[in-house]
Design a protein around this ligand. Structure first.
Ligand code: SF4
Length: 451
């Protein structure tokens, strides 16, 4: 009788992932490595031998949420490894939760794996140990649905916006060479991804640290630079959406790619303010004059361009007149999607030292006026789409409805398109459909499959 190797139970890891899409990509990398090394990922504290918490530390509310998540994992399981942005502030974590096993900062996959190995050693498994150490499906673990994926093109940031502590947590800009990014995108598309969401801290600055080094991919030569990256991604024939683009002059060069249908006509540009003096106090990159003129120029080349942005109201020193300037900008720019925050100090940020903080009630009143003004504009821009046919990507089926997104909608942050007869047409998650738009509200569109 031949001996059958005995398969030992795999060690089990629980995982809590907090924070922005960049943190999500870090989580995906760690989870992929855990799977490759034979660890099981389990959904409950009870089943886990150890719990990894990937934290966010961007604003005070995120710090609180992260500390709470660590506390819950400590109470429910007791063996906790902390990583991510808040890991850069070890003393804050140690003070609240002295018993955590290990603390590391963002993108420090090696430290996390070392801590996991120490807490729950890998089990020798004769089945797994002979298998080459790569994830079976070649694209690793994804925390997003199968049909879209975040593509992180760089880490860190060379700017020093006065309200932001990301550079002190994630360091200066480190771009990934273009061929590496394009090969990852290629693998994702082979694995079923239909929409790539390009993320970084500053997508327009991509490659500057590598002096725009040229690399070969699919027999062609590409610079490590935003425009060349977009041209390469266009070869893959899926939706490509750009996030965190700063309005440097060279952004003008990618608008024609959008007009030609090679890139989604969508720009996520965090303008943050419209007053030149406040932008200067914020130390914003690409704080150019003539922003309105440039937006008009982009729309002349690509009329279907969607612009999403974020703003901060009540920044230290913001006067009534400067706030009015911001509202006037909204009226003129007629952006499609806008998020806004009342300024709140972040521990360690340079802006905390600025004079003339705005009273909390004034900040809140300005935020309410800002949101009201933009809500009307967003609703009008959506209403203008009623009667048109929009190409949509289906995210899910809910009874009779297909829940989809148009080219103008990024997942999680923008609106949805409800396709009333989606199920009847046999649509499934990941399918594209042309949808005749029949109605709209402030956020979403409603329609039916176009004949
Ligand atoms: S561009 Fe400014 S806000 Fe964005 S990560 Fe860099 S420093 Fe922070």
């Amino acid at each position: 009788m031949s001996a059958v190797p005995h398969k030992t139970a795999s060690p089990r890891v629980g995982f809590v992932s907090l924070g922005c899409p960049k943190a999500l990509v870090d989580s995906e990398r760690i989870l992929t490595q855990l799977k490759v090394e034979g660890y099981d990922i389990v959904p409950s504290y009870d089943d886990a031998d150890v719990v990894v918490v990937n934290t966010c530390g961007f604003i005070d509310a995120a710090v609180d949420e992260s500390l709470e998540a660590i506390g819950e994992a400590m109470a429910e399981n007791g063996k906790v490894i902390v990583t991510g942005c808040l890991g850069k502030r070890e003393e804050v974590i140690r003070q609240a939760h002295p018993g955590v096993l290990s603390i590391s900062g963002p993108q420090d996959y090696t430290s996390v794996m070392r801590a996991v190995h120490a807490a729950v050693p890998q089990v020798h498994d004769p089945f797994v140990d002979l298998v080459p150490r790569r994830a079976a499906d070649d694209i690793g673990i994804k925390l997003t649905p199968k049909h879209y994926a975040y593509l992180k093109i760089s880490e860190g940031c060379n700017h020093r916006c006065s309200f932001c502590i990301i550079p002190s947590m994630r360091g200066d800009l480190v771009s990934r060479p273009v061929d590496e990014v394009l090969r990852e995108a290629e693998r994702l598309v082979r694995g079923g991804v239909r929409e790539l969401l390009v993320i970084s801290q500053d997508t327009s600055a991509y490659g500057v640290d590598l002096r725009y080094i040229e690399r070969d991919w699919r027999g062609g030569s590409y610079q490590t630079r935003m425009q060349a990256l977009c041209e390469g991604l266009a070869e893959l024939g899926v939706w490509t959406r750009l996030h965190y683009v700063y309005p440097y002059p060279h952004v003008d060069r990618i608008i024609p790619l959008m007009a030609e249908g090679k890139l989604l006509p969508y720009l996520d540009i965090p303008f943050q303010h419209a007053s030149p003096r406040i932008l200067k106090l914020m130390k914003r990159p690409g704080a150019v004059e003539r922003t309105l003129e440039r937006i008009r120029g982009w729309r002349a080349i690509c009329p279907e361009l969607t612009i999403r942005s974020t703003f901060i109201v009540g920044f230290p020193g913001e006067t009534d007149a400067e706030f009015e300037e911001l509202l006037d900008f909204l009226d003129e720019a007629r952006l499609d999607r806008v998020g806004a925050f009342a300024y709140s100090p972040v521990e360690g940020a340079a802006a905390n030292a600025l004079p003339d903080p705005v009273d909390e009630d004034v900040k809140q009143a300005r935020l309410a006026r800002f949101m009201e003004r933009q809500a009307r504009i967003s609703a009008e821009r959506l209403e203008a789409k009623v009667g048109s046919v929009q190409r949509c990507l289906v995210d899910a089926i809910d009874g009779e409805l297909a829940i989809a997104r148009s080219q103008a909608d990024a997942p999680e942050i923008d609106g949805l398109v409800q396709i009333q007869d989606g199920a009847a047409h046999g649509l499934r998650a990941g399918d594209f459909a042309d949808v005749r738009i029949m109605g709209s509200d402030e956020h979403d569109l409603y329609g039916e499959v176009a004949a």
